[in-house]
Every structure is written in structure tokens, then in C-alpha cells.
Design a protein around this ligand. Structure first.
Ligand SMILES: [Zn+2]
Length: 264
């Protein structure tokens, strides 16, 4: 159920994809960090919120545009939805890739939930920083550059940092839409003031030291990729020596090539 991390600040971990939803309760209403993978899932979240407070959900921050974080947005029509401007653009311009991803990952018996999703992109966007006054608890959302996607937002409130998928716990970093050459610098830029409690997009709580370990690992990935792209070292060697599984190294290499504008 809900885990209180600071006064009025909670996370709700769900078994599916081990995703974490953030909840911040202010005098004026509730702010959610992400909205889950479907409207049915968001409805369940909404029902559970009633065990915490009778206040309405008035704000949502989307940490990025991946379906498992935004497909519940439509369930909160009374909320102002915030996100990085790339998050809005990606959801607005072409929803098809998001549905394709969702159909691939959603269990078969829940796939009809995906077909019912109405994609609602963030309405309020920002470039680098925004501060949301929810009454009592002040929430900030910041963007530090490209990393896991081109729209990863970090949400901070009362010593709790919601990192989205810039960091995940218990699995390899998700490289499919990433910018592996820039990711380490983005994480370094986000690092000051992180914690003491860190909520990753997926998995168990982390400490600020865990973030440093993840940053090291991403830097080792980036260093190997740079050797392949700019020093002519063999790709297979980098893939083998990588600190993440080979499949993920291959994805990272493909992404880094397009990031650097170098054809395969
Ligand atoms: Zn995710």
C-alpha cells in the first residue's frame, strides 16, 4: 500500500513492472507523480487515494512520456498535468509508438485496457524548472538534459526525490529510447540535493549513494561506447565488456550511434 516517506509525501509501489507512483498531499489538493499504465489502473489508484485523503487530485507531474507512466492521465480531468515540453510533444504528435510498446508489455488478459486509453499529454510544460505550490508542501520539478529519454523530469518535495526512470532499482537501465552518451552528465546535473530518500521509477527505494553507483555504471557504458564510435574499437568487445547485459549494451550502442549521427 502507500508508504509515507515524509509528512504528506508517499509512494505507492505496484507489482506490475514494480512501478512507483508518487503522492504529495498539500492543503489545496493532491499532486501525483505519474498515473500508471491504463485508465483502469488509474481508477484503482484513485480509489486507494481515498484511504489517505478526501482532497481532489489537482496536479499531476509526468516524469516522462513512456506509456506505463502516462496512460492513466485521462482519469484526472480536474488536474493540471505538468511535464517537460518533449513529453507533451511526443504524446501529442504520434501516439502510435506508445500503444505499440504498451501492447508488447501488457499481459494478454489486460490488453483491452490499452485499447481504451485516451492519451492526454501534459498541458503545462517547462524547459528546466518549475515550482508547484500545492499549499503547505512545495514541489519542484526539474529537467537536467537527455538521459533515459529526452524528457526525464525529477520531482522533489520535503527531502524525497522522485527520479522517474533516470534511475531504476533491480534492473538494467532502460536503453530503448535513451541518450547513453549524455545520460551520465544528466544524472550528475540532477545529483545535487538528491535525497535523502530517492524513489526510482521502478523498484525499491534508493539512497543518494545508490545514485552514484548507477552514475558510475552509466559512465562506464558511455566510455565503452565512445571507444567504439570515436576510437574505432570493435563493437563486440565493448558489448562483452559492458557493465550491463549484452542485449542492453547493443541497444545502447545503436542509440549512441544515432545520438552521435554515425551510421552503423
Ligand atoms: Zn518506466
Amino acid at each position: 500500500m502507500f508508504e509515507e516517506l515524509a509528512e504528506g509525501v508517499f509512494r505507492r509501489p505496484y507489482p506490475f513492472l514494480r512501478i512507483n507512483i508518487g503522492v504529495v498531499i498539500g492543503e489545496e489538493g493532491v499532486l501525483l507523480v505519474d498515473t500508471r499504465e491504463s485508465e483502469e489502473a488509474a481508477r484503482e489508484l484513485s480509489r486507494e487515494l481515498r484511504t489517505l485523503t478526501t482532497k481532489p487530485v489537482r496536479w499531476v507531474v509526468n516524469t516522462h512520456w513512456h506509456w506505463d507512466h502516462v496512460f492513466g492521465n485521462a482519469l484526472f480531468p480536474g488536474a493540471v498535468i505538468w511535464g517537460h515540453r518533449s513529453c507533451r510533444r511526443r504524446l501529442l504528435v504520434d501516439p502510435a509508438p506508445h500503444f505499440k510498446d504498451a501492447r508488447r508489455w501488457m499481459p494478454r488478459d489486460r490488453r483491452d485496457e490499452i485499447e481504451r486509453v485516451r492519451v492526454v499529454p501534459p498541458k503545462q510544460t517547462f524547459e528546466a524548472l518549475t515550482s508547484i505550490d500545492i499549499g503547505g508542501n512545495r514541489v519542484s520539478a526539474t529537467y537536467h538534459g537527455r538521459g533515459h529519454t529526452d524528457a526525464d523530469v525529477v520531482v522533489r518535495c520535503a527531502g524525497v526525490t522522485f527520479m522517474g526512470d533516470l534511475v531504476e532499482q533491480g534492473k538494467s537501465p532502460e536503453m530503448g529510447d535513451s541518450y547513453p552518451l549524455e545520460w551520465p552528465a544528466t544524472l550528475a546535473a540532477a545529483r545535487p540535493g538528491v535525497g535523502p530518500t530517492v524513489v526510482p521509477g521502478h523498484g525499491d527505494l534508493l539512497s543518494a549513494t545508490d545514485i552514484d553507483h548507477q552514475a558510475d555504471r552509466l559512465e562506464r557504458v558511455a566510455a565503452l561506447l565512445r571507444q567504439v564510435l570515436f576510437e574505432g574499437r570493435p563493437a563486440e568487445e565493448a558489448v562483452r565488456r559492458g557493465p550491463i547485459p549484452e542485449l542492453h549494451m547493443r541497444k545502447a550502442l545503436a542509440r549512441a550511434r544515432s545520438e552521435a549521427g554515425i551510421p552503423a
